[in-house]
Ligand binder design. Sequence first.
Ligand code: PLP
Length: 412
Amino acid sequence: MAQINSNYLKLPGSYLFAAIAKKVAAYREKHPDADIIRLGIGDVTRPLVPAVINAMHRAVDDMASAETFHGYGPEQGYDFLIDAIIRAEYADRGVEVARDEVFVSDGSKCDVANIQEIFDLGSRVAICDPVYPVYLDTNVMAGRTGELQGDGHFAGVTYLLASAENGFAPALPEKPVDLIYLCSPNNPTGTALSREELAKWVAYAKETEAVILFDSAYSSYIRESDPPRSIYEIEGAREVAIEFKSFSKTAGFTGVRCAFTVVPKELKCRDRAGKLQSLNALWLRRQCTKFNGVSYVVQRGAEAVYSPEGMSEIRAQIDYYMENARIIREGLTEAGCTVFGGKNAPYLWWKLPDGLDSMNFADTLLERCRVVGTPGVGFGPGGEGYFRLTAFGDRNRTIEAVERIRSTQLFH
Ligand code: PLP
């Protein structure tokens, strides 16, 4: 008799996001003419830049003749893309990464979800609270987390609280952990870890033989000089960290799908007998077995992101989103609200007045301003009391949403 993986039954389900969608649908039904502005979207809205489109058109033409046709590609990705990644993301910043340390994939979501497979099931996991839910849910599915408790936390997970009180830089865990998920710039808080903070984590991981899984999907949004764009800018990080980066938010590839993961060869981890093993070798084995590469056309498009035209075009696009972020941050701050993030990330993390429930606030914002955002509690119990707005919307609609919020007495 076949049996399911019962760990899946431990997942609470994304009831919150379904509940928000339901609320908006019900509001629309009651007010069919209401002009609703969505500042909850975590997806880009600007089209692919011309450099990428042109490169993809040329790549489609390559596929039309036998001489330039491409079938299965290398599982790790084509060298033309890997070399462009190494140059633009690492070498130009003085960071050394070798070709066989870069693994091109069809998204960071899959990579951050799948990476846990190469670690022992008994590994103790630390994740931030609030958090991008994929890190937690994939460990629940694998059976590493124990049961969900009444406080919304899993019994077997170490939670690293990121709040206004600690400047969204979680303290080191009190109990030993083996796998540490860090995300900087952060979704949902929109804040980024400083060099000093990252160095603290690298030192901790080295000392305790833990591994850092560093999600840097938003690194191209970093504007200030301090937050590192790569964890490998920190000395010693090659021995303790795996890094994930994506073209999704950097270059509008959410619907195209391309990302990459770096697994340095110095990164070793013990087997059950205590012998050190290469994580690079394990991830290569995993990818070759379960993944057949990203399409040639998409990889040519990604390569074009790093061309001089591509770089300047995506820069303009990121500037557009970051100007939206500034408009939201400054507009709400001037209106007396407390807003974090939005300086090195396309997310704003609005601290609600004490005691205000983020789910109820979603109703208030919809009914009074016709603006949709995401209640912080959707990202974990540590997100309660906060509300996420995103900068991925249209400029005029963003300005309009901020105006509506400013002209409404929301908290009285
Ligand atoms: N990591 C973080 C923190 C994200 O917010 C997202 C998408 O929203 C991803 C990874 C997924 O990126 P991709 O589109 O490359 O799968």
